[in-house]
Design a binder for this molecule. Sequence first.
Ligand code: ADP
Ligand code: MG
Length: 697
Amino acid sequence: MPRVPELFGANVFNDKKMQERLPKSTYKALKKTIQDGEPLDLSVANVVAAAMKDWAIEMGCTHYTHWFQPMTGVTAEKHDSFIQPNGDGVIMEFSGKELIKGEPDASSFPSGGIRATFEARGYTTWDPTSPAFVRDGSLYIPTAFCSYTGEVLDKKTPLLRSMERISSEAVKILHLLGKTEVTRVITTVGPEQEYFLIDRELYNRREDLMLTGRTLFGAKAPKGQELDDHYFGAIKTRVSAYMKDLDEELWKLGVLAKTKHNEVAPSQHELAPIFTTSNIANDHNELTMEIMKKTAEKHGLVCLLHEKPFAGVNGSGKHNNWSLSTNTGENLLSPGKHPEDNLQFQLFLAAVVKAVDEYQDLLRATVASAGNDHRLGAHEAPPAIISMYLGDDLGEMVDSIINGEEYVSHGKEQMRTGVDVLPDFKKDTSDRNRTSPFAFTGNKFEFRALGSALNIGCPNYMLNTMVAEELSQFYVELKNADDINKAVRSLVKNVLTEHRRIIFNGDNYTDEWVEEAKRRGLLNLKSLPDAFSHFLDRKNVELFVKNKIVTEAEYQARYEIELETYCKQLNIEALTMIDMAKKKITPAVTAFVREMTDAALAKKALSADIPTSVEEELVMSLSNKLVCFVKKTSELEDAVMAASEHKQDELTCAKYFREVVFAKMQELRAVGDSMETETASDFWPYPSYCELLFSVE
Ligand code: ADP
Ligand code: MG
């Protein structure tokens, strides 16, 4: 294996390759587009396309693809070869036009009813800010996706727009504060990705995992995560080989894979990259999830990215670490040694506090999904109540600002290990709070409520836009101030006073917090249908329309798509359960009951003195449960059938699925799982939790 620095970015048409392969003037023009957002002209694109193609062919490519992120939440690609007829042969060509614009048929991507299927045309547009790369013989070009009539149909376009929006508002504020050398502010993201790895052969025997990504039946294994022996535990050989392979694949693609470790649940792991610009972080996270799955195939494993593959042990999330930095290299959320005197930091902090409080409903909705509903509030993930953790030091600072008192930061205290050979070191100013949905962690916020499968585009464009909105309001208030410092101080004090309720430094898992949050008037939106009941509130629509992130119709479409997807997912889960119940579980239990009955009868035939109570009790118990199981199966069937009567609007339908269908699924599962504990494993038709969670060596 080549050394990592040589390996890193080997499959990416990165800055270094552009410098080597592009004429100076083309390189400069392209850089201007990438760094300063200047429009790009076709002559430049032509030169870039030719250079990209030559490189890709050297790398063994025959095709190129515009790679995009439609509203399905996963990426999409359509491959075209470079061939062009030439005499009776072909040559390999790739024009600037082909680089800039692609035309996939858009009719089968979700559009939330903003367009009819016959209006099939859709366009993809090259995003030069995210580098092209090579995979499996194709040149991948990151692109944005819109319809013929210009409606935005993807997750990337709003993200790019929100990044520009927050940049221009933040720059205006910084100029007011005297930082006139700053011309651009960049949002940065580091998404920590959790996942499960299970054996492929076992996976192939479970249609629930194959069709829905999670187990719909499955009795708890005798052991779960109670010993905390998996978290940060020594990594098993097969997993370790997988992780090594994964890192190498990601490095080749320029993904800054940094940290890997075992997570809390058995068979659960995490990968964290080093943070980068939001847009690239988003593309890289999508790539990471795809490569995780692909690499697993090579190792006879399956990577599960579902938020809750197994009941009874932790599910998987994705922590979205988020910050703002200037083109001069300053992190705007870095408090410095004396945050109490750092007005710039206080102002940006206040903007985030105000944003999270005013748009807590949106932040909740943006992490809602059928899968994530199983986690939030389940004492393994932050609650469905959105609040912020600032830690003791900043918390005290905020209190003193509000109360108008003098405050001196404790600064970093010395950590004394008490052992001479161990070095002493400086502690962080705040401890970690694993229970908070939105935690300040030193120089960034960690939005911790995301589900593992989520495309991070949506939470990030929403977060960027809400903070941009607050900054623009601050600007209006500050721009004519005679004494800017005085004006900032008073603004910060007012904002923090007004929005103090969103700050909570305690344990988010307690019942007391649920009560307290209610008293504070914070929302507790427990499921996706609840979360989306505020999505179309006027203030939310206006946020995106005013800031030109999406139009009202596009916003409405997003709402419809999310709710529809939720209903479809629950529908698939219910149908899968019914299928498993009728075709496999009921026949298996019947067969086992028969075996026990035969055994009892055979014993009786041999001699009336042989006890048959064990068989008889089992036969009685399982027969009763089976009656109940079959009844619950048909109740679930009825509930699914009746869904068509609740389709008057998406929200009603989603509520029906949550309140009726999902409730029936849980009832059915309870009986099924209880039968599993009494049925011999030779008869049970599916691999058990024990095998699934503990078999990878
Ligand atoms: P912790 O373990 O406290 O969460 P880490 O330093 O391990 O903190 O960072 C976790 C993630 O946060 C990593 O992906 C890291 O790159 C990312 N991160 C660090 N600084 C920033 C920043 N300024 N902006 C965005 N993400 C960041
Ligand atoms: Mg973290």
